[in-house]
Design a protein around this ligand. Sequence first.
Ligand code: EPZ
Length: 419
Amino acid sequence: MDKFRIQGGNPLEGTIQTSGSKNAALPAIAAALLTAEPVVLRGVPQVRDIATMLRLLEDIGATVERDGSRVRIQAANVVKPEAPYELVKTMRASSLVLGPLAARAGRARVSLPGGCAIGARPIDLHLTGLEHLGATVSQEHGYVCAEAPDGLRGGAIHFDRITVTGTEDLMMAAVLARGETTLVNAAREPEVTDLAALLNRMGAQVEGAGESTIRIRGVDRLHGAEHTIITDRIEAGTFAIAAAITGGRLAITGAPVEHLDALVAKLRQAGVRVEQEGDSTLVVEGGRTLRSVDMTTEEYPGFATDLQAQYMALMTQAEGIAIVTETIFENRFMHVPELVRMGANIRLDGRRALVAGPRQLSGAAVLASDLRASASLVLGALAARGETLIDRVYHIDRGYEKIEEKLAQAGARIERVAG
Ligand code: EPZ
């Protein structure tokens, strides 16, 4: 298993380019199942979760051609409308094929995801939603099966809680359903809006994406389309924090600036200088004394749970006590014991973490436990004195494209040690 060896202590300087958004590309790839014609996506990041999703589509019967960040998918036939356990267990987002397969093939069989490192994360809301669209849902042998042999029909779906992939899954199911569907209490994340834009390019009629009520008028068929995926707000946010935590100065280009308001506000309150240059460059400059600022994760447009771990690493370097509250997932603090091993002063109290700083971190051997937790360890290591060895970086490879190359280009002393 690969490791990262990081020598901390030097400020990052220079320019880092943002990649395409993993969490926008995943549903866009699933959407290609809705038509027999080719769907061409640009700006698809080269990360492991994307490779897994493309493998899943091939398994289902699609042909996939990949040339760097451009991917062409054609699902002329759906051969096997199924997401097997082997793939779902490595990536929960595989459940995004449920809606498209039920809509296109009238049948979908998807392994239940089970527990994952950041919590139980059920898909019950996807399933009750499909039932509202007329599917019959059953469960056996660890799989759920959604069947709608005569096609889905529009319906009113009210989400009990906001779910990002649930909203995406049901939006994809509804575009080919007979009649009109409304999704109430829908997720407003930019990735949902990007998916709606792709679906509309394919001939769908989706209105209101980005708001909490989405209206979808079903159509008989969709056609092929070309679409450029939005850039990754979580990756850009991670680099912004890297500049702040090392007291450096980074220009983050291609950043989806309009999707980063919540983070930028917190960084400014903490004493970090953040300026926008042009449409899509964020210049982030640390170097001044950091102040502790409390933060609570929320659905978009609130502070993203996917940046909580990285923000906590930053707060270890801030003066005072910051209370970080995680409201989206019940178990997303696995980075805490590892940051503590590096010298951080963090106390856990249920869904809250109390981070007291500043503490000089020192390099240590640590273990990456999930994607964003790994990113926070990289950030901690960049700020630490001495050498940090991060084990199990396959977690980071799931969602960050060439992170070590990008950071090294800005002066980080980071290398991948093949294991
Ligand atoms: C998406 O996961 C993202 N993944 C996650 O990013 C992100 O952390 C999360 O949204 C929240 O923003 C992708 O987009 C591929 P949810 P998702 O359904 O859709 C509960 C990363 O690091 N829930 O919005 O799976 C659930 O347990 C990843 O890139 C139900 O109870 O998250 C959680 O507590 C990790 N029943 C809450 O809702 C359901 O049927 C929000 O989850 C569905 C969800």
